[in-house]
Design a protein around this ligand. Structure first.
Ligand SMILES: NC(=O)c1ccc[n+]([C@@H]2O[C@H](COP(=O)([O-])OP(=O)(O)OC[C@H]3O[C@@H](n4cnc5c(N)ncnc54)[C@H](OP(=O)(O)O)[C@@H]3O)[C@@H](O)[C@H]2O)c1
Length: 283
């Protein structure tokens, strides 16, 4: 698979290093300058699979040092190995089950980031648990708790514990990856939908609390249906080709991160905005 010539010119080497990203980049609405995230450090949760793996590889290709946080070491290692062989950025793996995350683990992570990188420019809350698709009347309380622990409590702990490092950076961006059912409830989506509503709230509260500083911008992003393992779990009968691959959304992610972190002067959505990856347009 090859990108069109204009993408080859814009991003030399991308079509052989990461053909899916090069193919998607040909249709992007905005093109980040290559290297626009150089010397920036970004934590991506759930970096081993789906949208998180695409985010980690993309940010690294654009120069960021990515902290790959996730549950399955083998999946994180595959992303790490790709980054090491195709970029000059410095990734690090943080194996972590967010269901078990506590204050001590966040403190240890903050200290590790502080000593390796000094500050933090981006935090992408991407990891998420789908849980059962079941009516509320039968929804198992134990699953409800596990989904909330992973999808809400862990992002809260990470935001709180990593905030001093985000404040230590000149500019920083926090992205909360949400869902359509986190903005309009839908039958049988149970704890997943309710947890995404809570994540939207967390995003808006953090945005409001950091707005006066001007240095931290906070957003929620709804990727919309995207070709990943979670999508297959939620819609087993769907043809995967009928929904876009994760790389198609990366122009929005790059816009929010590289415009703010690069001080490019492009207009950004107001902090606290709820964005849709599929319909977003650069201002
Ligand atoms: N795909 C879609 O159509 C769609 C639509 C709307 C919103 N989203 C959102 O997009 C984000 C990415 O989803 P995806 O579709 O890319 O799903 P995915 O491929 O299933 O990836 C989810 C990631 O979260 C990680 N994760 C789950 N529970 C974890 C835990 N307890 N501790 C650490 N990591 C954990 C998974 O790790 P393992 O690989 O180890 O399981 C995996 O890396 C999610 O927030 C999801 O809600 C997706």
């Amino acid at each position: 698979m090859r990108a069109d010539t204009s993408t080859d010119n814009l991003y030399p080497g991308l079509s052989s290093a990461y053909p899916e990203l090069a193919a998607a980049a040909a249709g992007w609405r905005w093109h980040a300058p290559a290297d626009s995230l150089r010397r920036r450090t970004v934590v991506v949760t759930g970096a081993g699979s789906g949208i998180g793996a695409a985010t980690a590889r993309t940010l690294a290709w654009f120069g960021a040092n990515v902290v790959l946080l996730g549950r399955s070491r083998d999946k994180l290692e595959a992303v790490f190995d790709w980054i090491e062989s195709h970029t000059s950025s410095q990734p690090v793996i943080v194996p972590c089950d967010l269901e078990q995350l506590d204050e001590a683990a966040v403190q240890a992570l903050a200290e590790a980031i502080q000593s390796s990188y000094g500050s933090l420019h981006g935090l992408v809350h991407n990891a998420s648990m789908l849980g059962p698709k079941t009516p509320l009347a039968q929804y198992p309380a134990e699953d409800w708790q596990r989904v909330f622990q992973t999808n809400v409590h862990a992002p809260f702990l990470l935001n709180r514990g990593l905030l001093p490092l985000l404040e230590a950076a000149d500019q920083a961006v926090v992205l909360h990856i949400s869902s359509t059912v986190g903005r309009q409830g839908r039958a049988y989506w149970g704890a997943y939908a309710a947890s995404k509503f809570a994540l939207e709230g967390l995003s808006q509260i953090l945005a409001d609390e950091t707005e006066s500083s001007g240095s931290i911008r906070v957003y929620s992003i709804n990727p919309g249906g995207t070709r990943t393992p979670m999508r297959r779990q939620a819609y087993p009968a769907e043809d995967p080709e009928s929904v876009p691959p994760p790389e198609q959304h990366m122009d929005l992610y790059l816009y929010l991160l590289s415009v703010h972190l690069g001080n490019s002067g492009n207009p950004l959505p107001a902090t606290g905005s709820q964005l849709d990856a599929r319909s977003w347009q650069p201002a």
